[in-house]
Write a protein that binds this ligand. Structure first.
Ligand code: COA
Length: 181
C-alpha cells in the first residue's frame, strides 16, 4: 500500500518534520514515531543549516535518520535547501510538525510558525510534545556530555553515538572510537 493512502477516499494527511538533526536523539525519534502514527506520510527533512556549523555532513545525517527510521514504512527521509515552506509545497505537505520541549523553545517556535504561516497559509504548524524523559535533551548537550566523558546511550541511538565518537575522536568503554579502531 502506498504510504500516502492509508484510507482510500479521503485526502492524504502529509506532514513535514524539518530540522538540522545534527546528532539525532531519541527525542527526535519520539516525535518521528508519534508523527508516523498520526499521518499517512511523514517526511523527515534535513535542512542545510550552515549557520549552526553542524558536526555531521548532510549525507551523514541522512544515513543516521534512514537507519533509525527503517522500521517505519510511512516515513520518508530527505534533505532540502531554502525555505521549509517551499519544500512543504513541493511535497504537497499539509502540516509541518515541530517538537516543543520547554517554555524556552516556545518563543522561537512561535515566531517560526507565524512567519511560515505568512509565507504559506495553506500549511499548518503543529507542535508535539516529546516523551518526558527526553524533554531536556538537545544535540549540543549530548556532544558536551560525550566530550566530558559521560554516557549518552540513553539519549541517542547507537548510530548517532558511534558517529559522534568517530567525529570527536572519543573512544567507547572498549577503547574503540567509532571507526572500529
Ligand atoms: N528531542 C531532542 N532534541 C530536540 C528535539 C527533540 N524532540 N527537538 C529539537 N531538539 C533540539 C535539537 O537537538 C537542537 O539542539 P541544538 O540546538 O543543541 O543542536 C535544537 O533542539 C533545535 O534543533 P532542530 O529541531 O533540528 O531544529 P532547528 O532549530 O535546528 O531547525 C529549521 C530549524 C530547520 C526548522 C529552520 O531553521 C528552518 O525552517 N530552516 C529552513 C529555512 C527557513 O525556512 N527559514 C525561515 C524559517 S521561519
Amino acid at each position: 500500500m502506498s504510504p500516502h493512502r492509508k484510507h482510500p477516499g479521503r485526502k492524504a494527511h502529509i506532514a513535514l518534520y524539518p530540522g538540522t538533526f545534527d546528532g539525532l536523539t531519541y527525542g527526535h525519534l519520539d516525535i518521528i514515531q508519534r508523527g508516523s502514527n498520526l499521518f499517512d506520510c511523514l517526511h523527515v527533512a534535513v535542512a542545510h543549516n550552515e549557520e549552526k556549523k553542524p558536526i555531521f555532513t548532510v549525507d551523514e545525517r541522512l544515513e543516521i535518520l534512514r537507519t533509525e527510521t527503517a522500521h517505519l514504512p510511512n516515513v520518508v527521509v530527505s534533505t532540502f535547501l531554502g525555505l521549509t515552506m517551499d519544500y512543504a509545497e513541493k511535497l504537497g505537505a499539509n502540516y509541518v510538525i515541530r517538537g516543543i520541549r520547554a517554555v524556552s523553545d516556545f518563543e522561537y517556535e512561535l515566531q517560526m510558525a507565524l512567519m511560515n504561516r505568512a509565507l504559506n497559509p495553506r500549511v499548518e504548524t503543529l507542535f508535539m510534545v516529546p516523551a518526558a524523559q527526553q524533554l531536556f535533551v538537545s544535540s549540543s548537550l549530548i556532544k558536551e556530555v560525550l566530550l566530558l566523558g559521560g554516557d549518552v546511550n540513553q539519549f541517542v541511538p547507537p548510530s548517532t553515538e558511534r558517529m559522534l565518537r568517530q567525529k570527536l575522536n572519543i573512544p567507547d568503554k572498549h577503547g574503540r572510537n567509532g571507526s572500529g579502531i
